[in-house]
Ligand binder design. Structure first.
Ligand code: 13P
Ligand code: SF4
Length: 385
């Protein structure tokens, strides 16, 4: 790495480092100096992040990465990092990385004593629900989600009163309180499979799929099961428009367009492929397109790029302000001070676990879920509550 930063940047860097250092850390203070040993220890991570992190930033990040990895070993802790984490977290300290489904499964089987959820609050709650004996920490309690905050357990109880006998399928992007009122959870990786399983199991032709309206509409086009939906939205994915894709196609005619199923149907209709964050990752790894547009959160492209250097990743992307609350610094603080612990009330915990565990226990789908609206059998409407 070039070592010729101008004096102005060196001053900035020193400021960053002095903010990082915490005299209250009781022997856990990070070796904040960017030493030759730390440079060598983190060289493989640098290789993965160097297109997204400046050398100046790296001199502050590498010591934190080294300290976090040491603390994890000392405390038997594991970091579950979602695909939307920034590359320094994703490649530098994530022990398990992936989509919501993969992280939920990992939380269930990990034998770490402490789990740090490098993601948002509902993910940490899901980990607690699956592993009540573990200490589950989230580095920033304000890391929320517009989908999770769109609905409460009381709302679900009212929905059930209005639709007795209809199974409730809930997206994992919900609070434990909502999951406790749910028959089975789903993620974008398995929503069609779960909806069809629930309809068959309950012997009905209708399923309540909440709270993501767009996911529900996209699922409805893939199945004969009728869908009752809720008007919750992901604030990141709802911002994309079909004209964004038309503009990208005009500027980059050869690029393949991949979209997340939390986007409105018009986006998926204009895309070449749609799937969960893991499905998008697998698509790029398997097909190695020369140019690709990922219609999703910004860090996704940065993280996938490290594994597919021959592919050119083109914008647009939208940033999730909640995911971006998680930083190397607050992950480090979470480990040092064992903060902020996420707990779930005992009466909610067992009922929520049933819903998540039912999803985990389903056999893997024969074909990975995708939302190919061009080939969808029919366009059907959903009943919006
Ligand atoms: P997946 O990783 O399950 O595709 O979810 C995307 C998302 O928005 C998580 O908050
Ligand atoms: Fe929630 Fe959307 Fe952010 Fe995911 S990307 S945490 S669904 S707001």
């Amino acid at each position: 790495m070039a070592d010729s930063a101008p004096a102005f940047f060196e001053t900035l860097e020193m400021l960053t480092l002095s903010i990082t250092e915490d005299p209250m850390a009781d022997g856990f203070a990070a070796p904040l100096e960017f030493t030759a040993a730390i440079e060598a220890e983190t060289a493989q991570v640098w290789d993965k992040v160097k297109h997204h992190v400046t050398p100046m930033e790296w001199r502050a990040q590498a010591p934190l990465i080294s300290a976090i990895n040491r603390l994890k070993r000392e405390k038997n802790a594991a970091i579950l990092a979602h695909n939307y984490m920034t590359p320094d977290i994703f490649h530098g300290v994530g022990d398990f990385v992936g989509d919501s489904l993969a992280l939920a499964k990992e939380a269930a089987k990990s034998d770490a004593k402490i789990i740090i959820q490098a993601g948002v609050h509902f993910m940490a709650e899901t980990s607690k629900v699956l592993s009540p004996e573990k200490k589950i920490l989230i580095p920033d309690l304000k890391a929320g989600c517009s989908l999770a905050s769109s609905i409460t357990g009381a709302d679900v109880r009212l929905i059930k009163e209005r639709h007795p006998g209809i199974p409730v399928v809930t997206y994992v992007n919900t609070t434990a309180d909502v999951k406790a009122e749910t028959d089975i959870c789903c993620t974008s990786a398995n929503a069609v499979q779960v909806v069809e399983w629930a309809a068959k199991e309950w012997g009905v032709d209708k399923v309540i799929l909440i709270p993501d309206e767009y996911l529900a509409r996209n699922v409805a086009r893939q199945t004969d099961v009728k869908i009752i939906a809720w008007a919750g939205h992901c604030e990141v994915h709802k911002r994309f428009t079909a004209s964004d894709i038309a503009d990208m196609r005009a500027a980059w005619p050869g690029a393949e367009v991949l979209a997340h199923p939390e986007c409105p149907a018009e986006i998926l209709e204009a895309a070449d492929f749609a799937g969960s964050t893991a499905a998008m990752n697998d698509y790029v790894a398997a097909r190695k397109p020369a140019q690709v547009v990922l219609i999703t959160e910004c860090s996704m492209a940065s993280n996938v790029q490290a594994e597919s250097p021959a592919t050119q990743f083109i914008g647009p992307c939208n940033m999730c302000p909640h995911m971006k609350r998680i930083t190397l610094q607050n992950i480090y603080d979470a480990l040092v001070y064992e903060q902020y612990e996420v707990t779930v009330d005992a009466d909610i915990l067992d009922r929520a676990r049933l819903a998540v565990q039912r999803m985990i226990d389903l056999p893997p789908p024969a074909v990975p879920a995708r939302y190919d609206l061009v080939k969808a059998r029919h366009h059907v409407d959903v009943e919006l509550i």
